[in-house]
Design a protein around this ligand. Sequence first.
Ligand code: 5GP
Ligand code: ZN
Length: 142
Amino acid sequence: MVKDDCIFCKIAAGQIPSKTVYEDEKFRAILDISPASKGHTIILPKHHADNIYELPEEDAAGIFVVAKKIAGAMKETMGCEGINILQNNGEIAGQTVFHLHVHVIPRYQEDNIAFSWQHGEPTEEELETTSEKIKQAIKAFD
Ligand code: 5GP
Ligand code: ZN
């Protein structure tokens, strides 16, 4: 399924040119136009999903296989010392293009990229309540 007026649907379909590093029947991986670091790649499913909630399980599994291929290739060729795999859902999480995509971001010394948060200190009881809540919700999905 392709969504009208979705730029990533058009890029994934090859209607808008991109620096494609990988393509198969279901995915296209392209260089990010405003990269966080040299080689920053985004993987786009060819079928539109706004976010992870809409993504079919088959594409969820497949997109990580593509991320692994790209990560391996980057490690070989880009001289990076590490790689972050990132996937944003919702504006609050930093999503700016509402066609799901996975970022593969090579990391270099002094690349000035920062992913940071303050670590919480939940009680044992809070951890238990939270884990139960999520566990029950997962059961409801299955
Ligand atoms: P998000 O913030 O939604 O997780 O990531 C969107 C990413 O897509 C950003 O890193 C942005 O630079 C990239 N991007 C946005 N528009 C285009 C485009 O037209 N072409 C390419 N190659 N990347 C894009
Ligand atoms: Zn789309």
